[in-house]
Write a protein that binds this ligand. Structure first.
Ligand SMILES: NC(=O)c1ccc[n+]([C@@H]2O[C@H](COP(=O)([O-])OP(=O)(O)OC[C@H]3O[C@@H](n4cnc5c(N)ncnc54)[C@H](OP(=O)(O)O)[C@@H]3O)[C@@H](O)[C@H]2O)c1
Length: 333
């Protein structure tokens, strides 16, 4: 009898331990792609106001490899940490208090996880309920995971920063990338005219998303195609020379929004334009509005590559090449 009880207790302890771990990619140090390891780690436990999400897919963004290389130290946790800031999955459980959310266990959801938290390259992640929204029904798991960080950036640039209006002209640099391809579609949905810079291989793709003037930045100077003062808003996802050469193209009172580098304040003052830079913020409310646009077929997330979770290092190196069309996604299940 004693032996039976001992066996039962060992089996119970073993299965409880098995349930409490999960597969995840850990950044074991700051450094190159080799610091990313697929490991068994403790499954997180949701606290008040959080949901535990069973992750189906995780989006890959340029910030992932920048954080891995230690470029954002101070803003992000020290190693070992689980990277990944975009997820799509199912609510598995909730913390003791649900914070009055309308979301329920079993809901299909998507979220941008704050850079201070991360944890998306894993089978499970805890997410503040207020930053979750229901996954767009028209998007599959990969398309949903491709959306949050890049689409929220484009959304916040368009509405919060630039206050883009119907009939205005917007110049989107890096239009074929993660942020750019959402920015083109949001501007088109708002009734704006979109001028886009991208290599010629991406021009048909961008026309299909709503851009009407395409400029190959590799073979021509965009400032020789666009007239001075012709654009109301510039979205700068590139920085440097691209940003500087964009200033004269903006009409007086217009806006340059950068997501990579603060615009030169003195230059903006001299030209009478608004120069802004910002860091994307998580928002469940905005993700719900973005999901609506996706379900109305006004916006389509573009996934150019899907890799298994174990190939996170390869996915980050692909992102670092700077040639991604749309998004790269890790399939977790
Ligand atoms: N501040 C924030 O909150 C925030 C949020 C999101 C992203 N970011 C940053 O913004 C940048 C863009 O992010 P992302 O996710 O869109 O990057 P991404 O997906 O890696 O962008 C890749 C795209 O950039 C295009 N590109 C490269 N050089 C170009 C140039 N000189 N002119 C025009 N297009 C060019 C490429 O187009 P071709 O292949 O056609 O050359 C490619 O499609 C990154 O540095 C990222 O870290 C900041």
């Amino acid at each position: 009898m004693k032996t039976l009880a001992l066996v039962a207790s060992v089996v119970f302890t073993f299965s409880a331990a098995a349930q409490d771990t999960m597969k995840a990619i850990q950044a074991t140090a700051f450094g190159g792609p080799e610091v990313l390891k697929l490991e068994d780690v403790a499954k997180p436990v949701p606290r008040d106001g959080e949901a535990l999400v069973r992750v189906f897919a995780a989006g890959v963004n340029p910030v992932d490899w920048k954080i891995r290389e230690g470029k954002l130290q101070g803003m992000t946790p020290p190693p070992p940490f689980i990277p990944g800031y975009d997820v799509a999955g199912v609510i598995d459980s909730m913390g003791p208090s649900d914070g009055g959310t309308r979301l329920k266990l079993g809901d299909s959801v998507y979220a941008y996880l704050a850079l201070t938290a991360g944890g998306g390259y894993a089978e499970y992640v805890c997410v503040p309920l207020k930053t979750l929204a229901k996954k767009p029904q028209k998007a599959n798991w990969s398309e949903a995971a491709a959306t949050p960080l890049a689409a929220l950036t484009a959304w916040q640039a368009r509405f919060d920063q630039a206050k883009l209006q119907p009939g205005q002209t917007v110049l989107v640099h890096g239009a074929a990338g993660g942020v750019g391809h959402f920015a083109v579609q949001f501007a088109k949905a708002k009734g704006a005219k979109v001028i886009a810079t991208a290599s010629s291989a991406n021009h048909e793709f961008l026309k299909s998303l709503g851009a009407t003037v395409l400029i190959d930045y590799k073979t021509s100077k965009f400032e020789e195609v666009i007239k001075p003062g012709e654009v109301d808003v510039v979205l700068d996802t590139i920085g440097g020379d691209t940003q500087t050469r964009s200033f004269p193209l903006i009409r007086k009172g217009g806006t340059l929004v950068s997501i990579v580098q603060p615009p030169d304040a003195a230059k903006c003052k001299e030209l009478g334009i608004n120069g802004k830079v910002f860091l994307v913020q998580p928002s469940g409310t905005e993700l719900a509005e973005i999901a609506k646009l996706i379900d109305e077929n006004k916006v389509t997330p573009h996934v150019s590559a899907e890799l298994p979770l174990a190939e996170a290092a390869k996915a980050q190196e692909m992102s670092k090449s700077g040639t991604t069309r749309g998004k790269i996604v890790l399939k977790v299940r």
